[in-house]
Design a protein around this ligand. Structure first.
Ligand SMILES: C[S@@+](CC[C@H](N)C(=O)[O-])C[C@H]1O[C@@H](n2cnc3c(N)ncnc32)[C@H](O)[C@@H]1O
Length: 304
C-alpha cells in the first residue's frame, strides 16, 4: 500500500525534518522569483536573497536523497544558470541532463522572441543512478526489423502543452504543470514503491502522478489553500493523465505487413497509451488515416 502525504509548511523548515538518504527521487518546481501571486509568499526576493534561499533548500535535497537518487528542478531562464552552478559546483552533484520543456502556446512578446520553453535540470547524487529507459520510450517513426519497436529514447526536448483552462483537470493554480511531463520523470527515475518528494507541490501534480504510478510521495506546500486543492484532486476518479507527448499518438508509416501491423497496434496501446485513455481515439484515427483509408482508395481504383 503506497502513502501519499501532504505537508503544510515552509520547505526551509520541513526539509530538515526528513531523514538522511531516505528519498529516491525529488521532482520540484520551485517559485521562479518572477513575481507570481501564490497567495502566501513573496515571489520577488532580491537576487542574492533568492540564490541563498535556493542554496538552502537544494542543500537539504542533496542530504535526503539516496545514493541512487535523482533530482529534477524546473527553472526559468533568469536563474537557471545560477541553479546549475549551485547543483554542480557548490553541491558537487552529478549532471545528467538539461531538459527543455517546449510548449506550443504562451505569452506573446512584441520585442524579442516569445518564450516557448522552460528548462529542467536533472542531476543525480552520484554517477550510478537509477534510469529505466524502457519505461519511457516513444514510438518509432518507421518500422524496421533492426529498430527496437519498443520505441526510441525521448531525447531532451519534451513537448507537452500546458493544461488548458477547459481541461477538467485544470486547477486554480497559476503554474500547474502537465501530468504527462511528471509521469516521464517518475517512470524514468523511480520504481514502484519508491519514495518521491516534491518540496513545492502547488496543486499536487507530482502527488497525483505518483498515486497513479504506485509510488509513495511527500508534497510540501506553504499555502493551505493549495494543500486543500491537491487533497481534492487526489480523491477524484482517475480517467488518464491530462497531457501526452504527441509522438505517443503516431503510428509508424511503413507497417505494410498486416500481421506485423496488428501485433504492433496491440503493443503500441500497451506500451505507450497506458494511463492515456484520452489518446486512444487519436491513435486509432492515425491508424485509419495511414493504412485503411489508403487501402480502401486503392481497392476502389481497382474496382474502376
Ligand atoms: C511553481 S509552483 C508549483 C506548481 C506545481 N508544480 C503544480 O503543478 O501545481 C511553486 C509553489 O511553491 C509554493 N511555495 C513557495 N514558497 C514555498 C516554501 N518556502 N515552502 C513550500 N512551498 C512554497 C507556492 O505556494 C507554489 O504553490
Amino acid at each position: 500500500m503506497i502513502k501519499i502525504e501532504l505537508v503544510t509548511g515552509d520547505s526551509l523548515i520541513e526539509l530538515p525534518k526528513i531523514q538522511d538518504e531516505s528519498i529516491d527521487l525529488i521532482i520540484t518546481d520551485p517559485p521562479y522569483n518572477l513575481s507570481k501571486d501564490y497567495g502566501k509568499t513573496k515571489d520577488n526576493l532580491e537576487f542574492e536573497e533568492y540564490l541563498e534561499f535556493s542554496k538552502e533548500w537544494l542543500t537539504e535535497c542533496k542530504r535526503i536523497l539516496k545514493k541512487s537518487g535523482t533530482i529534477y528542478v524546473f527553472m526559468g531562464f533568469r536563474y537557471i544558470s545560477y541553479i546549475y552552478d549551485i547543483l554542480s559546483r557548490h553541491l558537487n552533484m552529478n549532471f545528467v541532463n538539461w531538459i527543455s520543456w517546449h510548449y506550443t502556446q504562451g505569452i506573446g512578446k512584441t520585442k524579442g522572441f516569445s518564450p516557448r520553453h522552460d528548462d529542467i535540470l536533472m542531476f543525480s547524487k552520484l554517477p550510478n543512478y537509477k534510469f529505466n529507459l524502457d519505461n519511457i520510450r516513444v514510438p518509432q517513426k518507421y518500422y524496421r526489423s533492426i529498430n527496437n519497436m519498443r520505441g526510441a529514447n525521448p531525447g531532451d526536448v519534451w513537448e507537452f502543452s500546458h493544461v488548458h483552462y477547459c481541461n477538467d483537470n485544470r486547477q486554480k493554480h497559476p503554474t500547474q504543470k502537465p501530468e504527462g511531463l511528471i509521469e516521464r520523470m517518475v517512470l524514468a527515475s523511480s520504481n514502484e514503491g519508491d519514495v518521491v518528494l516534491d518540496p513545492f507541490s502547488g496543486s499536487g501534480t507530482t502527488l497525483r502522478v505518483c498515486q497513479q504510478l504506485s509510488r509513495n510521495c511527500i508534497g510540501i506546500e506553504i499555502n493551505p489553500e493549495y494543500i486543500n486543492m491537491a487533497s481534492c484532486r487526489l480523491q477524484k476518479p482517475f480517467t488518464g493523465f491530462d497531457s501526452v507527448d504527441p509522438r505517443m499518438e503516431r503510428i509508424p508509416f511503413d507497417l505494410n505487413d498486416e500481421i506485423i501491423r496488428n501485433e504492433y497496434i496491440t503493443n503500441h496501446i500497451k506500451w505507450f497509451l497506458k494511463n492515456h485513455e484520452g489518446s486512444m481515439d487519436k491513435f486509432m484515427k492515425q491508424v485509419n488515416e495511414v493504412y485503411y483509408k489508403k487501402t480502401l482508395k486503392k481497392n476502389s481504383l481497382f474496382d474502376d
